[in-house]
Design a protein around this ligand. Structure first.
Ligand SMILES: [Zn+2]
Length: 481
């Protein structure tokens, strides 16, 4: 593959078509089903699918024999399935590459800067602002553009399957059904490409070596059947907020944030500790500077390696929502009947998500203080993922691809977030190698306000995918995959 020619092809297609397409996609409020129970009636998901389908179908004309189907299993979110036949006869016929992405979005979140908004695409310099452009709308466009760049030069590739799901931000609960349904059509991929991850800077290729799992749900403490005068009741009726606070202390040390039960930890592999040290070297204060701190705020630790390990290999809790608490403007002097919190507990990559969830439920519900009615409604239990040992062909392919696309060496880092599908794939395809990367770099703020897609990184990552898919075909022909 002529890397310069590929970069020029990719850059032009991004400017001419991909950026305008993603701009239109950002306008669609197709929130993941967990955040839009009436998603079917609203029709936004169908609109997002239709937008991508229309563009992809037009492009498939340049990929001989390629097919696209929007698969719709009864009562489930749709899935875009694209099958691109092998080209150039290099790869083994039974070999294939699976390229994954998702099209559902996180909800709005507050705090968007003036002039920006979740469903208002704004292009400012290199950045395209709006919900879902970077997480993960660009995946289908990047994947197909990479394949088009190969065809433009007649570079061989194995059969490629592109799967774009619509349930990822809800924990991918529909996806296993599609993987089973489509198993004969997917085949046995030896390379999985996932463009839904992060990068620690925009200067080089970042390969994701692990993803955390997660569990979580709604913790509710009920103490009264109705609210009462707080002057009358306080000191007699225990406040439900205090009980919640007490229960959370079973899970984490309130002073340090350290998760307490050893059952929620795993031993961190030595290689990952080594890579965390290298990351800390490369990134310096970017390890924490990338966050929008309030003046005077400091990170959990001054040790950058510890921060990286906390973020990638240790369990950590975030309280992401509350109920039973009126907004401040309407809060009277009432001892409220109940308090509910939404808990999001990230888990180490190799921890068992389902078991951890059951453990947390038992921990929180046991021996309720004062006999309060305590319930923890488990909502999600996604397993994490730890990359298999990188094979030699992929190692050199990734190095070359990063140099060609970014002009800098590749770097390796665990991610703090979760992509539930990767753990599932690792189990289903034990021989597969993984290229997991993405455009979610410093300040890109997926899930928060002011999310943006860094367009030069989108182009570079696309070029990396083209280069690695080409290298995969060669490795397959040489029986190395
Ligand atoms: Zn995503």
């Amino acid at each position: 593959m002529d890397a310069n020619k590929a970069s020029a092809f990719i850059g032009k297609l991004w400017d001419d078509e991909v950026v305008p397409q993603i701009t239109d996609y950002i306008k669609i409020p197709n929130k993941s089903p967990m955040f839009d129970k009436d998603w079917q009636a609203h029709g936004y998901m169908d609109a997002a699918v239709a937008l991508m389908e229309k563009w992809a179908r037009a492009k498939l004309a340049s990929l001989p024999g390629a097919t696209l189907e929007v698969v719709r299993l009864e009562g489930r979110t749709p899935l875009i399935f694209i099958d691109v036949p092998a080209s150039g006869n290099a790869a083994r016929v039974d070999d294939c590459v699976l390229l994954y992405g998702h099209l559902d979005k996180q909800p709005e979140m507050t705090g968007w800067s003036e002039g920006l908004g979740p469903w208002t695409p704004v292009l400012k310099g290199d950045r395209l602002y709006g919900r879902g452009g970077a997480d993960d709308g660009y995946a289908i466009f990047g994947s197909l553009t990479a394949l088009l760049a190969l065809h433009d030069q007649g570079v061989p590739h194995a059969r490629c399957v592109v799967m774009i799901e619509a349930c990822e931000e809800s924990g991918s609960y529909d996806l296993p059904y599609y993987v089973d349904h489509l198993a004969p059509r997917i085949g046995q991929p030896t390379l999985v490409v996932c463009l839904d991850s992060g990068c620690a800077n925009y200067d080089q290729l970042w390969l994701t070596t692990s993803l955390r799992g997660m569990t979580g749900g709604e913790l509710t403490v009920e103490v009264l059947t109705e609210g009462v005068h707080s002057g009358d009741a306080s000191g007699v009726v225990p406040d439900s907020f205090r009980i919640v606070r007490d229960l959370l202390s079973r899970l984490e040390d309130p002073a340090s944030g350290e998760i307490l039960p050893k059952e929620l930890y795993v031993e961190v592999p030595a290689e990952r500790i080594e890579q965390a040290k290298q990351c800390a070297e490369i990134l310096g204060d970017e390890v924490f500077d990338k966050f929008p701190w309030m003046p005077g705020m400091q990170p959990v630790s001054t040790d950058r390696v510890e921060l990286i390990l906390n973020r990638t290999w240790r369990p950590q809790l975030a309280v992401t929502g509350a109920d039973g608490l009126p907004p401040l403007a309407s809060a009277g002097n009432v001892l409220r009947p109940s308090t509910s919190l939404k808990l999001s507990l990230r888990l180490p990559p190799t921890a068992n998500g389902a078991k951890s969830g059951v453990f947390v439920k038992q921990l929180l519900e046991a021996d309720p203080p004062y006999g309060a009615k305590v319930s923890f409604k488990l909502e999600k239990d996604g397993g994490g993922w730890n990359a298999p040992q990188l094979s030699d062909w992929l190692n050199s392919a990734v190095s070359k691809a990063s140099q060609d696309a970014f002009g800098a060496p590749a770097a390796y880092m665990g991610e703090g977030g979760s992509i539930p599908f990767m753990g599932m794939l690792g189990e289903k395809f034990p021989r597969a190698q993984f290229l997991i990367t993405g455009v979610l770099g410093p300040h890109s703020n997926a899930h928060g306000p002011n999310e943006f897609l860094h367009i030069p990184t989108g182009k570079n990552v696309t070029a990396v995918v083209a280069s690695v898919v080409a290298a995969h075909a060669q490795a397959s022909a040489d029986n190395l995959t």
